[in-house]
Design a protein around this ligand. Structure first.
Ligand code: PHE
Length: 337
């Protein structure tokens, strides 16, 4: 039996080497290692081996089994490697590769990130609110009377359930004050929606950056100082600013801040943001909403501002059409890497 096994091993190895393809190889594997294969048969004839010899012969048989198994595996691997090589044989590695297109940060996002950084240095925290809002958060709490034109169906997108797409990010002022007692110092970047006809300077969805600061003895000069610092940090020391009186239902007094920068907007003044001292009525509405007196207008004062980022991006990047910002045209975006 011993010599039989050695012969058997040799012929198996020879057949494995001679197999011309994986199918032939598998045939050889079944013949030797299969369930009804020759190794199994040899195992069965162990019965006829004298008892004393069994451990030695058994060990030998096992070695043959292992040797053959690994010989099969090696040969199968060799076939697989051959197959892989054949698959790439026709590839011409001297051809130029497809260029990898790197993405870039959208110009609006770049501008928004820079603006956020400046305010963060001043200690403002980030706040956020949903795009779908209640009328109360968007208008009532912000002291906007029911007959105000902004509340009109022709100006605002209403949902069938009476909610609306926020027309400004000032809703986050209200949400922040409802959620946290004063003092408050937050900025809130986000989308706002108005039913504007789309053209080169209008979109029905645009981007704002809101700010709210509530503390003791906050004055217009705090507002002015902060905004002037912000504008200089964002746009450089060449920028000029001016403030004009304005009206918003939720600030009193209300102002608009214009900026002028050489080479931008043909050197003309541009409106950057609306701002003002938070109207005490807003604080009272917030108290009503909270059910406490946390924002006692006798104790707390504050300022708020809201700026549009799209027009600013247009001016800074010299864009002739606001729609470039939403078309996601690769030829446009690739310029901002
Ligand atoms: N919400 C105003 C707008 O969209 C801007 C603003 C914000 C004005 C905060 C005053 C205070 O035009």
């Amino acid at each position: 039996m011993e010599s039989e096994m050695v012969k058997f091993k040799e012929s198996a190895i020879a057949e494995i080497q001679d197999a011309k393809n994986p199918i032939e190889l598998d045939g050889v594997r079944v013949k030797y290692l299969g369930r009804a294969g020759l190794i199994s048969k040899l195992s069965e004839s162990m019965r006829d081996v004298p008892k004393g010899e069994r451990p030695r012969i058994g060990k030998l048989l096992n070695e043959v089994r292992l040797t053959l198994t690994s010989a099969f595996e090696d040969r199968a691997e060799a076939f697989a490697a051959q197959h892989d090589l054949a698959a790439i044989e026709d590839i011409d590695e001297t051809l130029p590769s497809t260029p990898l297109r790197l993405g870039a940060i959208h110009p609006l996002t770049q501008l928004q990130d820079r603006a956020i950084q400046v305010f963060r240095r001043l200690g403002f925290a980030l706040a956020a609110g949903p795009d779908i809002e209640t009328e109360w958060n968007c208008f009532d709490a912000l002291n906007t009377p029911p007959n105000h034109p902004a509340r009109n169906e022709t100006d605002t997108f209403y949902l069938p359930d009476g909610r609306l797409l926020r027309t400004h990010t000032s809703t986050v002022q209200i949400r922040t004050m409802l959620a946290t007692p004063p003092p408050v110092r937050v900025i809130a970047p986000g989308a706002a929606y108005r039913r504007d006809e789309m053209d080169a300077t209008h979109l029905s969805q645009f981007n704002q950056l809101e700010g709210l600061y509530i503390d003791k003895h906050v004055t217009i000069s705090d507002l002015k100082g902060t905004l002037e610092y912000f504008v200089r940090e964002l746009l450089g020391s060449q920028v000029e600013t001016r403030m004009r009186p304005h009206f918003f239902p939720f600030t009193e007094p209300s102002l608009e801040l214009d900026i002028r920068l050489p080479g931008v907007n043909s050197g003309r003044w541009m409106e950057l943001l609306g701002c003002g001292i938070v109207d005490p009525t807003v604080l009272e509405k917030v108290n009503e909403g909270r059910g406490d007196q946390a924002y006692d207008p006798g104790k707390w004062t504050g300022y708020a501002f809201g700026m549009g980022l799209d027009r600013l991006a247009m001016a800074l990047f010299g864009l002739p059409d606001i729609r470039l910002l939403i078309e996601n045209d690769q030829r446009f975006l690739a310029q901002f890497v």
